[in-house]
Design a protein around this ligand. Structure first.
Ligand code: FAD
Length: 401
């Protein structure tokens, strides 16, 4: 099965056809990356889902291939490609193993933040190792009692006047990649209530404990943990940007993160669609193939329409991000559309396949379990529809008056 398909190629050509590196990069995606996914990611996806294992070794190999480096500037060791190429690759990874691909996507979000908001020292020390896959990053915003209402965070820091270090106390919850991560992009609250960001590593004085969150229903090929800090020292030069601006940085990073989740969720939908489609070609009933039933044809068409729409919105958001343009609304729209599409398509594919769709062997039910996270993470869909998207719509409508 190709993990990078003709629809993806067509979309990239439409967006980037005049790009002189299009031929080279689309060959990388449909050749090198596709082969890596087929040989290294797809075969272990079901077992990693069953056993709740994030394959950190495969992550490093993906880094060695140059995948994580695609959208970064050459000055830090990147390939300087438009973000749409990277996002198209994420779609392919998610099609094979959405748990693993979630780890890759969140790593990218955290890396983006260090590159964009971090000091020269932080960029030089961490970004080259992160984009080559030698290090893994996590994004630590959520807590058990503050998810959508992220400003209510309780994890706090204070400054040690003698050394200038920051001392962190508190917890974070739901943090993807935690058990494998070398670097955490952490948001915490200061003495005056201000929220600041830090790059936190594993090797400082104090206590930093990670407790695995087990028995997730989906994205089980990613690792998720609670972080517990007790008097954990973060060196003064590991503050990101300016004190008090951490929440702004986090919101900016989430805009980019939503672009990746839009591509990721499109991959889940495509995976379910293809698995059901292959089964429908072979399954015989009433003297016909399942795919020959009128209902199957109509439902496949409806799903193809939704997947195409999700992909176009995801790639549009990726193009805007890649070109450094405003993309808050487009990222949120792409994320909502792709997540709803992933849930809709994987649910329909289970029912349309009958009993076969209902068991793990088909691989289809995993897609539904994974898809349900896409509605919740990186800004729950309700929050995007009630708070994020309307803000831009209102401005656009006011401009018409
Ligand atoms: C597997 C997994 C991985 C994750 N990885 C990370 C990670 O790497 N880093 C990180 O920081 N976080 C991570 N998260 C956390 C995730 O971002 C939060 O779960 C998400 O933001 C929702 O927060 P919550 O779970 O606290 O739900 P709540 O905020 O308590 O929301 C509960 C319900 O209320 C709805 N709701 C919220 N606000 C409103 C509103 N104003 N109006 C109407 N409805 C509303 C929500 O849509 C939801 O349905 C992860 C979560 C999971 C499950």
């Amino acid at each position: 099965m190709p993990y990078f398909n003709d629809d993806q190629l067509q979309m990239l050509r439409l967006l980037r056809g005049s790009d002189e590196v299009f031929a080279e990069l689309s060959a990388f995606l449909s050749g090198t990356l596709n082969d890596f996914i087929a040989e290294r990611i797809a075969p272990g996806a079901a077992a990693n889902d069953r056993d709740e294992v994030f394959d950190a070794e495969a992550f490093r190999e993906l880094g060695e291939l140059g995948f994580m480096a695609l959208p970064y500037p050459e000055s830090v060791g990147g390939s300087n490609a438009c973000f749409s190429y990277y996002n198209a690759g994420l779609e392919s990874l998610a099609k094979a193993d959405a748990g693993f691909a979630l780890g890759v996507a969140i790593h990218g979000t955290a890396t983006d933040g260090i590159l964009r908001f971090g000091s020269e020292l932080l960029r030089e020390r961490y970004v080259p190792k992160l984009i080559s896959g030698q290090m893994i990053a996590a994004f630590a915003l959520s807590e058990a009692n503050s998810g959508s209402d992220a400003q209510a965070m309780a994890c706090r820091y204070e400054r040690d006047a003698a050394t200038g270090d920051y001392i962190v106390n508190g917890t974070k919850y739901w943090i993807t990649n935690s058990l494998s991560a070398d670097v955490f992009f952490l948001m915490a609250r200061g003495p005056e209530g201000q929220i600041s960001s830090f790059v936190v590593t594993n090797d400082n004085p104090g206590s930093f404990v990670k407790a695995k969150i087990k028995d997730k229903m989906g994205v089980r090929g990613s690792n998720t943990a609670e972080l517990v800090f007790e008097d954990y020292r973060v060196p003064a030069d590991h503050l990101v940007g300016e004190e008090g601006k951490g929440f702004r940085y986090a919101m900016h990073m989430l805009n980019g993160g939503r672009v990746t989740i839009a591509g990721w969720a499109t991959g889940i939908a495509q995976g379910a669609f293809e698995k059901f489609g292959r089964y429908a070609l072979e399954r015989q009933l009433f003297g016909k193939r399942l795919i020959d039933l009128d209902n199957t044809k109509r439902e496949l068409s409806e799903m193809a329409i939704e997947i195409d729409a999700a992909r176009m919105l995801a790639y549009r958001a990726a193009l805007l991000k890649g070109e450094g343009r405003e993309h808050r609304k487009e990222a949120a729209i792409g994320k909502v559309k792709a997540s709803e599409t992933a849930v809709y398509v994987s649910e329909r594919c289970i029912e349309l396949a009958g009993g076969y769709g209902y068991v793990a062997d088909s691989g289809i039910e995993r897609h539904l379990r994974d898809a349900l996270l896409a509605r919740i993470g990186e800004g729950a869909n309700e929050v995007l529809k009630i708070m994020v998207i309307p803000r831009t719509i209102e401005k656009e409508l006011e401009a018409l008056v």
